[in-house]
Design a binder for this molecule. Structure first.
Ligand code: TMP
Length: 256
């Protein structure tokens, strides 16, 4: 299906544009996804790639079938969250790598929520990785590849005008609610939600959850063994990367 859409697009873009919900022009290509316009100005198609980067693009690689796994995992999370009242950009999967989403005006703030110390928080606070935090941590990062996504706070957000005070309050409330809901979803699937990153955007005056929720953007540890089942396997050259993504998909789709 993905290949069919893509081949048709090259040869007969005008016909495609009239059908709606099919890819139009490439709007943006990021490190892990490509975004296409559709004939509906309110809708976009997100194509999930197998390309993987880390350390702001300094480490590059490919994770076989990552795009397929992440599209399915994200779709399952978005559907679950929508059912629990979280507004997201997700509309539907169009193929195994393509997702139809509502067009957002992206707020350039990455919202990170942490339950257990790992990664940059463990380094910044000198905590051993795996330390359970006495309180959930919410952090904001300025979404800027040139600057390497620096950590920012409410004052920086206001000073630069990245979002209004009301919007920042919504981001925090939504991110904490996503944390509670995802932990509830993952507990019976024996996955520990260590931390994750969310992105949000504006759509007709509302703030919707955007981007993806996948092993690229979350840390998932096996609840029993603590085994890492996320992109840290790629970042840290731990091996078994493809297997980890596949295992997360299997557990996410598991009926509990
Ligand atoms: P960190 O510990 O490296 O700051 O990462 C925190 C969480 O954010 C982790 O779940 C991975 C995710 N993340 C992204 O989604 N994109 C990024 O560029 C980085 C650095 C982290």
């Amino acid at each position: 299906m993905a290949d069919m859409v893509r081949t048709t697009k090259k040869t007969d873009m005008t016909a495609e544009a009239t059908k709606g919900e099919k890819e139009g022009e490439k709007l943006y290509e990021g490190k892990a996804k490509i975004v296409y316009t559709t004939s509906d100005p309110d809708l976009l198609v997100v194509y999930y790639k197998d390309d993987a980067t880390a350390f702001n693009g300094r480490k590059k690689g490919t994770i076989q079938e990552k795009g397929v796994r992440n599209a399915s995992i994200s779709a399952a999370f978005f559907e679950f969250l929508a059912g629990r009242g979280v507004e997201t950009h997700f509309v539907k999967l169009l193929s195994e790598r393509e997702m139809l989403v509502k067009r957002l005006e992206i707020i350039p703030i990455e919202v990170v929520v942490r339950n257990i110390a790992a990664g940059s928080l463990a380094r910044r606070l000198g905590l051993p990785e795996g330390t359970r935090l006495a309180h959930t941590v919410v952090e904001f990062y300025y979404k800027s590849d040139e600057l390497g996504d620096p950590l920012i706070n409410n004052y920086h957000i206001k000073a630069v005008g990245l979002a209004s005070e009301e919007e920042v309050a919504s981001l925090e409330v939504m991110a904490l609610s996503v944390n509670d809901l995802l932990r509830e979803f993952l507990a019976p699937r024996k996955l520990e939600l260590v931390d994750f990153k969310l992105e949000f955007g504006r759509h007709h005056g509302r703030i919707l959850l955007g981007d993806e929720i996948s092993p690229d953007t979350c840390r998932f540890w096996d609840a029993a063994t603590g085994e890492k089942l996320d992109k840290d396997r790629f970042r840290r050259d731990l091996g078994g990367v493809e297997e980890a993504y596949h295992e997360v998909l299997r557990r996410v789709l598991q009926k509990v």
